[in-house]
Write a protein that binds this ligand. Sequence first.
Ligand SMILES: NC(=O)c1ccc[n+]([C@@H]2O[C@H](COP(=O)([O-])OP(=O)(O)OC[C@H]3O[C@@H](n4cnc5c(N)ncnc54)[C@H](OP(=O)(O)O)[C@@H]3O)[C@@H](O)[C@H]2O)c1
Length: 259
Amino acid sequence: MKVDLSGQVVVVTGAGRGIGKEIASVAAGAGATSVLVARTAAQLDAAVAQIEQEGGKAWALPADLAEPEAAARVVAAVIERHGQIDVLVNNAATNYVANLVMAKDEGWRRLYELNVFAVMRLTQAAIKPMIRRKRGRIVNIGSVSGELGAAYNSAYASSKAAIDGFTRSVAKEVAKLGITVNSIRPWHVDTELVHEAMAARAKLFGKTAEDYIAMIIAESPQQRLITAREIAALAVFLMSEDARGITGQALNVCGGYAM
Ligand SMILES: NC(=O)c1ccc[n+]([C@@H]2O[C@H](COP(=O)([O-])OP(=O)(O)OC[C@H]3O[C@@H](n4cnc5c(N)ncnc54)[C@H](OP(=O)(O)O)[C@@H]3O)[C@@H](O)[C@H]2O)c1
């Protein structure tokens, strides 16, 4: 089976690297025009160039989604250029590794601004044109930590639990309108974010990032990290017409870590 997204416009946040870049690339490979959003224009341009080299269509739209006005600006720019938004992938997120005793309000606020408020604002802005067209797909990238918790990462894990609750709530609101809303919950994926988080955690305990990566691989039933490609493949299936019966779900891609 091949997913066909020809003529569709897919907006992916945090698409300059890692999982977001891979989702944008796989969606473009399925025929969509991918709109890549993140702060670092140079990374976006490189990702767009790679997609175009592979024969896909893509557009770089730099924005800092932690700024409250960014969501409306991003959606207006996409509508002006492409006339529609078929899919929104809320993927951009950040980490705040700290034990609870030392955690600061400011760290939590900075994380929640991107991981939760930006997701709410962008979904709110993008869902309006979807409601008018009575079609749309929203894919939120959560984390198994939202379900299982994560020591020294309570801001992050709780923000991802919020994403699951938000996903189910919005899914119920728009279920009759041809719009599906789901979240994907990865376990550790081999990206910069996981290496940065492990380095921060290692610093708390006088270990190295490599020690931590080895430890998490040892904890995995499949004895490996997940790949960005595996997350992208599920995201693109959720965008498809065949996935219209799947909504309000949180789908783990965790190599059996949570079962
Ligand atoms: N990697 C994992 O092990 C793992 C596991 C579970 C869940 N996840 C989730 O998967 C998603 C992607 O993770 P990843 O590992 O691919 O992350 P990553 O490599 O750190 O990439 C994050 C992306 O988000 C962008 N971004 C960060 N702050 C932003 C802001 N304020 N406004 C706009 N864009 C911003 C970054 O670009 P700029 O810095 O240029 O803005 C980058 O393109 C996240 O939701 C993460 O929580 C990851």
